[in-house]
Design a protein around this ligand. Structure first.
Ligand SMILES: C[S@@+](CC[C@H](N)C(=O)[O-])C[C@H]1O[C@@H](n2cnc3c(N)ncnc32)[C@H](O)[C@@H]1O
Length: 198
């Protein structure tokens, strides 16, 4: 599921090349805060990969998302998602710093592209605004085009996440500190939540 048709088009193309998923994938254009899955049976697992839940910018939006996941899951079904653990020191050090991310020749246009990013952290709002800046250079290295894109995110703390899950009718089945299932602890940078519809 994605609310972006462009992202679904990327997924549609990727699926074509994967024989194991042929005929087994239903792509769904919907908002995760308000959806009914177009499936005959309710799934036993719903996963939100790649920290995508952080695109929800208010606790109310997260509540709506969890409420719909709860309604769409089979009884006893699991919700699995990963998010990063907010790190105050990291945010303080990286606030408003321009970083070079990539320097490449665009295969479609043969143009020299330089990609930068910069993040603004607002701890009291639990907000991050990521600016992605793309410079297109001519043969002399002069910028002929600059494009800005912004990506707003909201970070979540573990206690808040647990509270919202329990309030939405989930129990915590497991909490991991990484994808290899190591336990979550004070040094964890990522957290994988496995919640169960109770
Ligand atoms: C980090 S990308 C992950 C893309 C892809 N699902 C993957 O795992 O590679 C986050 C995706 O969430 C989508 N998204 C953001 N807000 C959404 C919402 N409210 N409902 C559904 N999709 C949303 C974006 O369009 C974007 O494609």
């Amino acid at each position: 599921m994605d609310k972006s048709e462009a992202m679904l088009a990327v997924a549609r193309e990727a699926i074509v090349g994967l024989p194991t998923t042929a005929g087994k994938v239903t792509l769904c254009h919907a908002d995760m805060r308000d959806f009914i899955l177009p499936l005959r049976e309710k799934p036993r697992i719903i996963a939100i990969p790649f920290r995508s839940i952080l695109h929800l910018l208010t606790p109310e939006d997260i509540e709506e998302c969890l409420r719909h996941i709860h309604a769409n899951l089979a009884p006893g079904g699991k919700l699995i998602f990963n998010i990063f653990v907010p790190d105050a020191e990291f945010m303080a050090q990286n606030h408003n710093r321009l970083r070079l991310r990539s320097d490449y020749i665009d295969p479609a246009t043969q143009r020299h592209i330089i990609l930068w990013d910069l993040s603004l952290y607002e701890p009291t709002e639990q907000r991050i605004t990521v600016y992605a800046i793309t410079d297109e250079l001519d043969d002399e290295g002069i910028v002929v085009r600059r494009k800005y894109r912004t990506l707003p995110l909201r970070f979540m703390y573990p206690q808040e996440t647990r509270y919202l899950l329990e309030k939405a009718g989930f129990g915590i089945a497991a909490l991991y500190g990484w994808f290899d299932r190591r336990p979550f602890g004070p040094d964890s940078r990522e957290v994988v939540w496995i919640a169960e519809r109770t």
